[in-house]
Design a protein around this ligand. Structure first.
Ligand SMILES: CCCCCCCC/C=C\C/C=C/C(=O)SCCNC(=O)CCNC(=O)[C@H](O)C(C)(C)COP(=O)(O)OP(=O)(O)OC[C@H]1O[C@@H](n2cnc3c(N)ncnc32)[C@H](O)[C@@H]1OP(=O)(O)O
Ligand SMILES: Cc1cc2nc3c(=O)[nH]c(=O)nc-3n(C[C@H](O)[C@H](O)[C@H](O)COP(=O)(O)OP(=O)(O)OC[C@H]3O[C@@H](n4cnc5c(N)ncnc54)[C@H](O)[C@@H]3O)c2cc1C
Length: 666
């Protein structure tokens, strides 16, 4: 990019940068080679003309948007496949690269469930024979699939799913059936008109006994004509808040038969005669959901990085108000309230990326152990994945919205790209396990942990801190370690209170389930506090660990961001900390001052910090956030693309306005 064309404010901001920007980018990517590989994938995709839209997608009809999305998804997959073959590597398929590549086509791919859940379920739940048969077809996209679990009547309560798969030993087939309207599958991405196969989660019946929900591979459309198979009723569910092109669909079965071999057989099995062979754990069926929950943490970090890059660059370019008479209008980035809105976004993106990587490593280790029949770490992983998915997606949605608001009126334009980013991120709060529901899952684990701590049992690492907080509040220290210890005290205190509340309701005659419901606000709060303590500790300790191998100034900016994150949440949760730790009003006053100092320290590096995310314009897709800062020119260029601006007078004037105004004259 020629520097001459770059907005002057941004040029000056970039000159202020006091750290090695490239080094930070490499750290974010996970090394210099990872940056190189990522850029190569992006470079390859960016030059493909077919994925660029002549008309902004917002002007297309719902149907046209979908058709355009299918077209682009096919082009994109071809490029990625070719890259994978050429390099004998799956760099292009790495989730972090996929997010970016996906952003270049702006709207969600109708294949998202194929790549995101269909293929991973085959990897995770199919037997070796089934994998050998299905994987080559799925990976090469000879078949396109989705993951059909949720029904009209039930998404959260999986045991309540109504679709049945009844084994018929005479033909060695399962008969899939949707007995009610509420049993219709509802929501699966790509199900409407894209997928010809899907993984259907249904209640398995054999020899008259229900064995609970199990996954089945079902071909729903003809391979040649793409017509729905007889006995299948399938369609699209219509417009939504976002995700317009994901082609979310509905699906019903009328006694639809599939071969016995189409039940996923890695865990549980049904033998030819209908004998049911149990899985080591019924929870292994939930494996793909666990995988996606883990991935959502990094996705949240990524979406925040996009939003905060747009808002920070815009805030450097935008001038508003005149606090000092006769002086030029300041950049809005110089308002401390603006820094307060944005710098927590930069910090949170790092916090969640780092926590997401740690969760991914934990997940990989535990699933490896699961394959070897070792199940003991599954509950802790489930508890972590649930709360981290819930909190990261909710924090990310709030930050994206805050970034939009920080851009004033222009943030409301579709061309800012905030509506699309928000539409995607807010969906993650609901899908793959609803926010509150997942926090309540973590709470189950916390109550058991608290009980174990009371009984003096050996504790697993992430709840071991509970032992220290059984009786006394720890002394407060105004240091990062002191703050982390304070958050652990809050998590322990809230777990204890929730535990006591459940027991107290039970002692007063309530059964366990009602006691649980009555205590559920406290339970959710305990989970949130536990999750915050984990993110704070992970962010701070990982930055400390990496600092020794970093240049001094990169380590310094990361430490500033980590400290900012800790203090931001201390001030947000001061009420909790008063209640459960020994923090004083004076301590908080010191931290408030330090928070102000940190904003000032980060301010000169703000634009460089978002530049270090290395998000190209084609990924940001924003008139407000482009690298060159030509905000006003781009807003006008985009406005001129409106089909309404193709003619000076719209026909509605002659048809409606003119007669209407003339009538008013009489
Ligand atoms: C570049 C690639 C990017 C890919 C991204 C793709 C994204 C694509 C976009 C959108 C896709 C969206 C897809 C979907 O949404 S698919 C549908 C997802 N649905 C859900 O998540 C349903 C949520 N509900 C549940 O998970 C469960 O039913 C539950 C957690 C609410 C549990 O209900 P409950 O009735 O209590 O459970 P059970 O009796 O079944 O369990 C008892 C016991 O088991 C524990 N447990 C539950 N789940 C798990 C698990 N996954 N692993 C381990 N253990 C589990 C539960 O905690 C109980 O334990 P206990 O306390 O010891 O008794
Ligand atoms: C964009 C998008 C894409 C999706 N893609 C897919 C897909 O590809 N495949 C698929 O199978 N599904 C998909 N889903 C469905 C999704 O997984 C479910 O919507 C989600 O799991 C929530 O379930 P629900 O809709 O039944 O919500 P509900 O459970 O009905 O939640 C409604 C409210 O009830 C509360 N609630 C429910 N149960 C409890 C409880 N036990 N305790 C306290 N409160 C409770 C919740 O907190 C929430 O406030 C998608 C959804 C969306 C929005």
């Amino acid at each position: 990019m020629s520097e001459a064309k770059v907005n002057g404010d941004l040029l000056r901001e970039r000159e202020k940068c006091n750290f090695d920007l490239k080094e930070l980018t490499h750290f974010i990517d996970g090394g210099e080679e990872a940056t190189r590989n990522r850029r190569e994938v992006e470079e390859m995709v960016i030059h493909v003309k077919e994925i660029q839209d002549e008309v902004p997608e917002e002007y297309l009809s719902h149907k046209e948007q979908y058709e355009n999305a299918v077209r682009k998804a096919c082009v994109l997959i071809d490029i990625l496949k070719e890259h994978a073959l050429r390099h004998s590597s799956f760099d292009a398929y790495k989730p972090t690269n996929m997010y970016r590549v996906q952003s270049m086509v702006k709207q969600v791919s109708p294949f998202i469930l194929h790549m995101g859940m269909f293929v991973p379920t085959i990897f995770g739940q199919a037997s070796a024979d089934q994998q050998a048969e299905w994987l080559p077809k799925a990976l090469s996209l000879q078949i396109i699939g989705t993951y059909a679990q949720t029904e009209l009547g039930h998404g959260t309560f999986l045991r309540g799913l109504e679709t049945t798969a009844t084994y018929d030993p005479t033909t060695e087939e399962f008969v899939l059936h949707s007995p009610t309207l509420t049993s219709y599958k509802w929501w699966p991405g790509g199900l409407g008109h894209t997928a010809n196969h899907c993984i259907v989660v249904a209640q398995l019946y054999s020899k008259g006994v229900c064995h609970g929900i199990h996954p089945f591979l079902v071909q729903i459309r003809d391979s040649e004509t793409h017509m729905p198979k007889p006995g299948i009723k399938v369609g699209e569910i219509g417009p939504k808040l976002g995700f317009q092109t994901a082609n979310n669909g509905f699906l019903g079965f009328d006694h639809f038969r599939i071969p016995r071999q189409n039940m996923f057989m890695k865990n549980a099995q049904v033998l030819k005669d209908g004998t049911y062979v149990k899985s080591k754990s019924t929870k292994l069926t939930y494996g793909t959901m666990m995988l996606i929950r883990v991935m959502i943490v990094s996705d949240a970090a990524y979406e925040i990085s996009r939003a905060v890059t747009i808002a920070t660059r815009y805030s450097a370019v935008r001038h508003q108000s005149q606090p000092k008479p006769g002086q030029p209008e300041p950049q809005i980035l110089d308002y401390v309230t603006q820094q307060h809105k944005l710098f927590i976004g930069i910090a949170t993106s790092h916090a969640l990326r780092i926590t997401g990587s740690w969760l991914w490593e934990t997940y990989s280790k535990v699933t490896h152990d699961l394959d070897a029949g070792k199940l003991d770490q599954l509950p802790e992983l489930h508890a972590l994945a649930c709360c981290l998915k819930a909190i990261s997606s909710r924090d990310a949605s709030a930050i994206v919205e805050q970034c939009r608001l920080a851009c004033g009126g222009h943030g409301y334009m579709a061309s800012s790209n905030f509506p699309t980013i928000y539409g995607s991120i807010t969906a993650t709060v609901t899908y793959e396990g609803e926010f509150t529901v997942l926090l309540l899952q973590t709470a189950r684990y916390l109550l058991k942990a608290w009980k174990s701590a009371l009984e003096g049992k050996v504790m697993t690492p992430t709840v071991a801190f509970m032992v220290n907080y059984q009786k006394t509040k720890p002394l407060w220290k105004n240091t990062p370690e002191g703050i982390i210890s304070g958050f652990k005290a809050v998590a322990a205190g809230k777990s204890k209170e929730a535990y006591d509340a459940v027991i107290s309701y039970e002692n007063n005659g309530k059964d366990y389930e009602d006691a649980w419901n009555l205590a559920s606000v406290q339970l959710v709060n305990a989970s949130e506090a536990y999750c915050r303590a984990i993110i704070c500790e992970m962010f701070w300790s990982e930055v400390q660990r990496h600092s020794v191998t970093m240049s001094r100034n990169v380590a310094a900016v990361l430490q500033q961001l980590a400290e900012l994150y800790l203090i931001y949440w201390t001030l947000e949760k001061s009420g909790d900390l008063f209640e459960y730790s020994c923090v004083s009003k004076e301590d908080l006053a010191v931290l408030r001052r330090r928070y102000g100092e940190l904003l000032a320290l980060i301010r000169p590096n703000a634009v460089a910090l978002v530049d270090a995310f290395d998000l190209r314009d084609e990924i940001l897709q924003s008139t407000l956030g482009s690298y060159d800062g030509r905000v006003y020119e781009r807003l006008m260029e985009e406005a001129l693309k409106s089909p309404l601006n193709k003619e000076p007078v719209n026909q509605s004037f002659h048809k409606y306005l003119k007669p209407f105004m003339q009538k008013s004259k009489l």
